[in-house]
Design a protein around this ligand. Structure first.
Ligand SMILES: [Zn+2]
Length: 330
């Protein structure tokens, strides 16, 4: 290249683009804005686990958390780069054991209004399944963000499914005496429970268990009462691998892993909810099994470990969440 052509080339390369290219020859790409479908899959032994995102609620956690102060919650959120009000995932989980298709919780199905549209069914379909294929629904507890998806337009969303719930949970929310004892302005949960479960009960498809119960091969119900009277976790095991489905054992990762004693207004018995959380956190950290949580940022699957204190020793009362590493699989 001659010196003249080199200097011309350099002049061209350094010229402002607007001078060297005709206008609109390369329009800027429009921003797309939409996300990929909200499902995430991994294998647990022979079982296929699919996390399904239903929606994200934005909740004023500084006002909702108890056994703490709003300032402490605000500080913990800020430390974890979380805004307040705080975006809070609503996750459900599908377990294909090879013999059964089990759904753990069902999302809100729009019950939180237009600001939190539900995507559970769309994500279930995007994940390759249909509601008709679900033969079992395990309910951790009967709050609307866990049972909302059971009915659609007055019909069972999962027409071939039997629903399982702890006897103490059914014995509270579908109990006329408990409802009568509750102030009239606080009976919404009872009405919701009837709306979503009566059709299954009438068809003989609402079953209860009492205490630690082996429900199916590899699937065990474990009482974790406190958040609600019959709140339950579900342990799922295949080929030596274990995942514990926590339901609402905790709500705010930025606050409650560090300080598990922090409770929430949604608890029906906060001291019992804390006791269940402390016990299961300690067990999950010690045993190192997988955890799947309803309100940890999607997919809500990971492990917990004791928090390392500044002296290098593990703090026996504080924990750290280690989310699953994203993978596209095989
Ligand atoms: Zn919940």
């Amino acid at each position: 290249m001659s010196l003249r052509s080199l200097s011309l080339a350099l002049a061209f390369a350094t010229a402002p683009l607007s001078l060297s290219l005709p206008h609109a020859a390369h329009a800027a790409a429009p921003q797309v804005k939409t996300q990929a479908p909200g499902y995430y899959r991994l294998m647990l032994g022979d079982f296929e686990i699919t996390a399904l995102n239903d929606t994200v609620l934005t909740l004023p956690m500084d006002k909702l958390m108890t056994n703490t102060t709003p300032a402490k919650v605000a500080a913990a959120l800020a430390r974890n780069h979380q805004p307040s009000p705080t975006p809070t995932s609503v996750n459900a989980f599908l377990i294909n054991t090879g013999a059964q298709l089990i759904l753990v919780d069902t999302g809100l199905n729009g019950l939180a209004g237009p600001q939190a549209p539900s995507h559970l069914l769309a994500n279930l379909k995007a994940a390759g399944y249909t509601p008709e294929q679900v033969d079992t629904v395990l309910i951790t507890h009967m709050h609307s963000d866990h049972i909302g998806g059971l009915m659609t337009d007055g019909h069972p969303t999962f027409p071939n499914a039997t629903v399982y719930v702890d006897a103490a949970e059914k014995g509270h929310w579908l109990n006329p005496e408990a409802e009568a004892k509750t102030p009239a302005d606080k009976r919404g949960g009872f009405t919701t429970a009837h709306k979503l479960l009566d059709a299954y009960a009438a068809a003989g498809k609402l079953k209860t268990f009492d205490g630690v119960t082996s429900l199916f091969p590899g699937v065990t119900a474990l009482p974790a009462h406190g958040h609600t009277p019959g709140h339950s976790a579900y342990a799922v095991e295949s080929k030596g691998q274990k995942m514990l489905f926590w339901g609402d054992l905790m709500h705010v990762a930025a606050v409650q892993f560090d300080t598990p004693a922090t409770t929430i207004q949604f608890d029906s018995d906060s001291p019992a909810a804390y006791e269940a959380r402390a016990k299961i956190f300690a067990e999950a950290a010690k045993d190192g099994y997988w955890v799947a949580a309803a309100h940890i940022s999607f997919p809500g699957i990971g492990h917990i470990r004791p928090k390392d204190a500044t002296d290098g020793k593990a703090d026996p009362k504080s924990y750290v969440w280690e989310p699953v590493q994203f993978s596209l699989g095989e």
